[in-house]
Design a protein around this ligand. Sequence first.
Ligand code: HEC
Length: 236
Amino acid sequence: MRSLPLLFLGVFFTIASSWVGIVLVSNIQLGGLEPATPELTDAEGNPIAGVFFEDPETGEMRLGLNQDGVEAWPVPLVGAAQRGKRVYEQMGCLYCHSQQVRRQGFGSDYERGWGERQSVARDYIHQERVMLGTMRTGPDLSNVGLRYSELWQHQHLFNPKITSRDSLMPRYAFLYEVRPISETRGPSPNAIEIPEDYHPGPGELEVIPTQRARDLVAYLMNLRQDYDLPEMRREQ
Ligand code: HEC
């Protein structure tokens, strides 16, 4: 029993040192990260943040704006995409999908087409809960918004086998309403196209995304790390 204080001291130092190493040091290093703005320049003085696009009015190349009209990246999620993140959390997509592209030499993420640059801490600064993920039963989704259309996403969620023939991903058909086509009004303009082989039946049925499905797809379409950040590496 004489060594009891020593034991407590040992436990205390173990917990304290891991807290310092994992929480405190990370917070000092990364806690103050701000969105990148064009004030951040490279050695030649060129702005390095943001996505360049051709201004339709002047024809000049300029940096993209976020919704406040400020040139700053990354852009926080708003509206449907923000609600969709909640659906992503609730559906457990995290258990099979990561959202972090590893740099060249640390896996084959580039070769698989999951991104063109590694993900960096600044990509996640607006996210209260970061969906980094630990398992990759399915592909990484950091840039999935750049890969497919909205229709593709709806078809895939309704039944993954429509778009990916031997998919192991569970169906999320419960996010869709399957109902008879109205005899008076005809097919709904909101119905998603389902290929013949996968059509729910029998009878004339249509598949309508619920609000949650629309939100989730808005979120997926917004998953993209295609803007430039000062600390990124884009080696191929
Ligand atoms: C049990 C594991 C599992 C879960 C849970 C899961 N997925 Fe998947 N997902 C996969 C697999 C495996 C694939 C690859 C085959 C395919 O395309 O369906 C995939 C593919 C995808 C793709 C296509 C990615 C690409 O680049 O081709 C998207 C988008 C996607 N999943 C979104 C989701 C969303 C959103 C959720 C939650 C609602 C989810 N997944 C839940 C396993 C899963």
